[in-house]
Design a protein around this ligand. Structure first.
Ligand SMILES: Cc1cc2nc3c(=O)[nH]c(=O)nc-3n(C[C@H](O)[C@H](O)[C@H](O)COP(=O)(O)OP(=O)(O)OC[C@H]3O[C@@H](n4cnc5c(N)ncnc54)[C@H](O)[C@@H]3O)c2cc1C
Length: 325
């Protein structure tokens, strides 16, 4: 087995999941030199794993498949809100000798060692790293369909939604309200809604000082964080606890209104962050359990459901599946 540089892996994974990537190293590197490694997903986790693999095992043929070419352009859209981190990007991947295919993997045949893409192509692999990120989980909320998700952008995965949300906030008249919904259950970047509220409150204070940002929490765990924001931004920030609002039961995209069991909240801009689970491929390929997330061996990132797979990034969890937020 070639020399393994833990530092290389940590640097490659600095943006996200560095600890889990470093832990994944033995699993990533356990194969023979010259093998074909398929990496699915070009976000921070997949891209870092691909680069780390090439750095540690230069004879390994690494092919990264990413369905959304915009994800391969580093950098985040300019404010007033920032979205998820981007992966390393085309140039860094190419410089590391990683081959890239823009395509979407639909299924994985574990027996044959092939991954079928929507283009009709099939990619053969000796080893596979799966990093599909997260997707929205159906909460059974009346009115929350594709149109509603466009009208009330989540800005939590993909690049289009964050641009929509930013455009809506920029277009909002002064004196308006931006509502941020904090979803139930395990989620990507649990502190994100509070960071986003601070980001938006700062923007509103500068550009639209009569406007307000409202945090609508599923639970009550964010009360302290929200209190800090209220102290920092004064009347620009409001907080509604899940205890007072009740679970969200219905949304009306036309009027941008969220209906809870005990109340309703209408806003000019609604950043409706849905409940989450591992990206769709994880479910189709048998990598996710009943929680909707991908259980992995702690420290090694090997799937507990499919030992041929190494899982990195937000889709994986090494705990007991308890909610992260
Ligand atoms: C608003 C917000 C702010 C954040 N800010 C920070 C921050 O400041 N610092 C920080 O460390 N983290 C931050 N995060 C978290 C960070 O963005 C995520 O942890 C990170 O993006 C996870 O990387 P990933 O590679 O697991 O998933 P993703 O970034 O979601 O990447 C998964 C990739 O896989 C692709 N994909 C999925 N399925 C397939 C398929 N079947 N075939 C091909 N490709 C597929 C997707 O298109 C996507 O590009 C933030 C998150 C949010 C939402």
């Amino acid at each position: 087995m070639p020399e393994f540089s833990r530092r290389h892996l940590l640097v490659a994974g600095a943006a996200v999941g560095a600890a889990s990537l470093a832990g994944a190293a033995p699993a990533l590197l356990r194969g023979r030199s010259g093998e074909r490694v398929l990496v699915v997903g070009g976000g921070p986790a997949g891209a870092a794993a691909a680069i780390a693999l090439r750095g540690a095992q230069p004879a390994t043929k690494v092919l990264l498949v990413e369905r959304d070419p915009t994800q391969l352009r580093p950098g985040r859209p300019a404010g007033p809100v920032s979205g998820p981190l981007a992966g390393a990007g085309y140039d860094a991947l190419a410089a590391a000798g990683v081959s890239i295919a823009v395509d979407e993997i639909r299924d994985i045949d574990w027996q044959r060692g092939t991954a079928a893409a929507i283009s009709g192509r099939s990619f053969a692999f000796d080893r596979i790293v799966v990093a599909p990120g997260v997707a929205a989980r159906d909460e059974g909320i009346e009115g929350y369909d594709r149109d509603a998700a466009e009208a009330m952008p989540h800005g939590w995965f993909g690049t289009t939604s964050i641009r929509r949300l930013a455009a809506q906030i920029r277009a909002m008249a002064d004196g308006g309200t931006v509502a941020i919904r904090v979803p139930p259950g395990r989620m990507r970047f649990p502190e994100g809604p509070f960071r986003r509220a601070a980001e938006i409150a700062g923007y509103l204070a500068r550009e639209k000082p009569a406007s307000t940002v409202v945090l609508l929490d599923h639970g009550n765990t964010g009360a302290d964080r929200a209190a800090d924001l209220v102290r920092a931004f004064g009347r620009n920030v409001d907080y509604v606890s899940g205890a007072s609002f009740g679970p969200v039961e219905r949304v009306d995209a036309a009027t941008r209104t969220i209906h809870g069991r005990n109340g309703r909240l209408a806003a000019d801009v609604v950043n409706f962050v849905p409940a989450q689970m591992a990206g769709e491929l994880a479910l189709r390929a048998g990598l996710a359990d009943a929680t909707g997330w991908c259980p992995v061996e702690a420290g090694r990132q090997i799937s507990r459901l499919q030992p041929r797979a190494v899982l990195v990034g937000d889709a994986a969890f090494a705990g007991d599946g308890a909610a992260a937020s």
